[in-house]
Every structure is written in C-alpha cells, then in structure tokens.
Design a protein. Sequence first.
Length: 305
Amino acid sequence: MINKLVKKIKETNAPVVVGLDPMLGYVPEHIQTKAFEEYGETLEGAAEAIWQYNKGIIDATYDLIPAVKPQIAMYEQFGVPGLAAFQKTVNYAKQKDLIVIGDVKRGDIGSTSAAYATGHLGKIRVGNNTYSLFDEDFATVNPYLGTDGIKPFVDVCKEENKGLFILVKTSNPSSGEFQDRLIDGRPLYEWVGEQVAKWGEDHMGDDYSYIGAVVGATYPEMGKVLRKIMPKSYILVPGYGAQGGTAEGLKPYFNADGLGAIVNSSRGIICAYKDDKYAKFGAENYADASRQAVIDMIEDINSIF
C-alpha cells in the first residue's frame, strides 16, 4: 500500500491528505435538516448528516488528492450509528480509489493489540467465513507500550500489505511534557524515531517502508532531525493551517526527491466554507469551498520545492 500511496502522490502532485474529522456543528444546516427529517434528532440522524457531509467533500476532492484520514473519535461520539458512518466513509473513499488512513491512535499489547489490528487493517474468521472489517489502508498507532504494542500491527500489515503511521512527535502544545524529555542526553522522540526506522526495515516497499511516522508541522527543526533518523519512513504531518504549521516550515519533512511526507489538513478543508476567504461559496456549496481550499493548499505546499 505504501507503493500505491507514493504513486498517487506523484500522479496528483499533491502530498496532501484531507482529514475527515466532522463535528455536527461543521455540517451545513441543509444537510442536518434533511437527515433529521428522515431519522429524527437522533444518533442515527446525526450519523446520516456527517456521512452525507463527508460524501460531498469526497466527491468534490477525490480527483485532486491521494488520501483521506478519518479520525474515528469524531464518529465514536455518536455511538454505533457513528461507527456505521465511519465505515460508510471508508468504503466510499476506497470506491473513489483514495488511500484511507484510519486515525485511530490505538496502543495496547498482545491479543488486545492484535484485535485492534485485525479490526482496522486485517480480517476476522467466523466459522467458515472471513470478513474484512473497517479495512483502512493505514492506521495511526501509539508506541508508548513499546514493541509489544507494535508487533501485532506489523504482523497484520505484512499479511495485508498495509501500513502504519506511528506517533513520534505530535503537534499539540503539551507534547513536550513527555516527548521532549531527555534520555541519555537525547529527547524521547528521537529514540522513538530510531525505533520506527528499525520496525520499518522489517516491512519495506519499493522505496519507502510501510511503517511511517507522525511528526507535527509545528516543530520543523525537530522534523529536520527526524527526517534524517527515518530516511525510509513516510511522515504524516498534522498541524498545517489551523494549528499554525506553514508551508515553508514543511521543507524539512520532505526528502530531496520531494517525497517522504504527506501533509494533513482537516478543519481548513472540511470547514472552508466558514472561512472568510471562501465565504462566497456559501453553506449550500460547502464542498466547492473544500475543493478550492484543497487546490490552494496543494499550490502552497508545492511552492516550497
């Protein structure tokens, strides 16, 4: 799957992933009204609204981008109906030939880790039948529990030719409370980056590993160091736009060939119609505003090369 991701990034000339992180307040009123007319003001109605919202954004942007990244918490907050909307979103994105990065941030050990890996990336056997479940192409994973937590995911990834993005240095302001702590004179995130590179050696694609890293756009100097530590790991970069990351600050995350990183934007794309810059589109044409925001983001990022 890493080979397909790299291929699609080259084809679209867009090292961009759209974060499908819908809150109900993001969904335009006309979509909510229609969903509530059909299902009432229920969890099912909310789930239908966010699914239709996602579908509109995917329809408007799939030809421009290589991947989407749905954040599962935004769906879990609506319970089982929300998870059904997550599943519909994953399935529809894959129908449009998009790579799906499941932003699930799982992290446990042993059989629990294996169960998470099976649920999101693998297959489950029930009697004589085998089922793919959420079936994302990549998943985000928390490495805090060490190799015991990562190996079950890597094992499933090998079976399914799928991949991981492991949290190394996150974009949130308090990430340094743990991630920047010095261990033997070096910050923890460097030790984690080295381990990601080692895990990745065991599951390689043509040019890059199936085992990538999450490194926030808000820390470009740290990104420069981690790029050298993980030369074969693709870096998923959150924090662009709404969280303060800039295109110029993204340079260190990429290799000399212009590859090696994929930059996420969530609110900046899916809520573009709420931005003064795109207000002319209006709520009825929210998906067109998202499309223009994607075009602008691609142009902005490609300006650094």
